[in-house]
Design a protein around this ligand. Structure first.
Ligand SMILES: [Zn+2]
Length: 389
């Protein structure tokens, strides 16, 4: 950060006296002064995280160390539109709070993730392919009004990248890409340790790269997007075709209409060769797109997450192979491709991290504002440590 030790000490002391960070343990050093380990005070406040997927809704309460205190996941339909979906998120959040005798007044901030392109500064999504009815609906403003606390809105893949960067497979990496393979496919990019949102916040829509201009129709209206070949919706529809073809498959046990991508993933895990073939083909298409991404941004790590990725090597194997075959050696030899360490929770943890970020900044601002006001009544010449902040 380019700060001197003395400047850091003043800032740290101030944050400690405000209760925002705490001393945890002193490690004994072999020689010299023992290093002091500091952490964010987990009990400074309470935050909530909401991860809306196309077919699931996860809600969690957490402390300032991103420890999950309560969590629930329910089936959900994002295509029911904002009124119904936000109402459901609200009900579930309040139920979770009630379990601990808390209310929305106890929340310092809420982080929300949605599976669509977010216009960051407006707190809404624009023309989201798998979120019909949500176009430019004021999501953030509606929720802030409901809950009376700060709400952040991000794309779910972006939050997945953040979650894995803070607590998962991408810890400490400077440049990483998180590929979320759920019903749709999206990428969250961290470049130079910052979320890269692009000009308006909608970067990373890798699911709508054209793989074959004559390919199947995509939810976005174009033909042959990656998502239309390899996303969860596409996997489910290939599963249904497989059952309809009468071939031997474990998927025949499922009802044709209710068959989901998760069923195909489950059958593939149980050794069903035809289901594995669907996942493998999906992995190859995703790998082709990732090879392009690697050529473009040269990341150190690519993390594959989302519901479909829970199938593990059956998906990442063909991804790695396609990347090996298609990326330029200069980028390919240094990239690590791995599955998400946080499993299905990458985006939820990312939403928690965003909420904590906002809550801590607000707490520091409040406190330094308070100190400034106090300072005003001091004699000229008197200073406090807080002023340095
Ligand atoms: Zn598309």
């Amino acid at each position: 950060m380019g700060l001197t030790r003395a400047a850091v000490t003043i800032i740290i002391n101030d944050l400690i006296s405000n209760g925002i960070i705490v001393n945890t343990e002193s490690r004994s050093a072999a020689s010299g002064r023992p290093p002091v380990v500091l952490e964010i005070n987990p009990n400074q406040g309470l935050v909530a995280a909401i991860d809306m997927g196309a077919t699931h809704l996860s809600v969690a309460l957490g402390d300032f160390s991103a420890r999950i205190l309560e969590e629930v996941e329910v089936a959900f339909r994002i295509d029911r539109g904002p009124q119904e979906c936000l109402q459901k998120a609200d009900t579930i959040l309040r139920e979770l709070l009630q379990k601990r005798d808390l209310s929305t007044n106890d929340l310092s901030a809420v982080g929300v993730g949605v599976p669509g392109p977010v216009i960051a500064d407006r707190g809404m999504v624009m023309a989201p392919p798998i979120m019909p009815g949500w176009d430019r609906f004021p999501i953030r403003a509606t929720l802030e009004q409901k809950w009376g606390t700060a709400v952040t809105l991000n794309n779910d893949a972006e939050l997945g990248a953040l979650g894995e960067w803070a607590y998962g497979a991408g810890r400490g990496e400077k440049n990483l890409a998180f590929i979320k393979v759920g019903s749709g496919i999206g990428a969250g990019l961290i470049i130079n340790q910052q979320i890269y949102g692009g000009n308006s916040g909608s970067a990373g829509e890798i699911g709508h790269l054209t793989v074959d201009e004559n390919g199947p129709l995509c939810a976005c209206g174009n033909h042959g997007c990656l998502e239309a070949f390899a996303g969860g919706h596409a996997i489910a529809s290939q599963g249904r075709k497989l059952v309809a073809s009468g071939k031997r498959t474990l998927l025949s046990e499922k009802g044709l209409d209710s068959l989901t991508a998760r069923d195909v993933v489950e059958a593939a895990r149980r050794g069903d060769l035809a289901a594995q073939e669907i996942i493998k083909r999906s992995g190859t298409f995703i790998g082709i797109a990732i090879a392009g991404l690697i050529n473009l941004i040269n990341p150190s790590t690519v993390i594959i997450g989302g519901g479909v990725a829970q199938v593990g090597d059956l998906l990442t194997g063909p991804i790695r192979q396609a990347v090996r075959e298609r990326s330029l050696r200069a980028s390919e030899h240094s990239v690590r491709i791995t599955t998400a360490m946080l499993g299905r929770r990458s985006s939820l943890i990312g939403a928690l991290v965003q909420a904590i970020h906002v809550a801590i900044h607000a707490a520091i601002e409040r406190k330094s504002q308070f100190s400034k006001n106090t300072n005003n009544s001091l004699e000229v010449g008197q200073t406090t440590g807080t002023k340095v902040l």
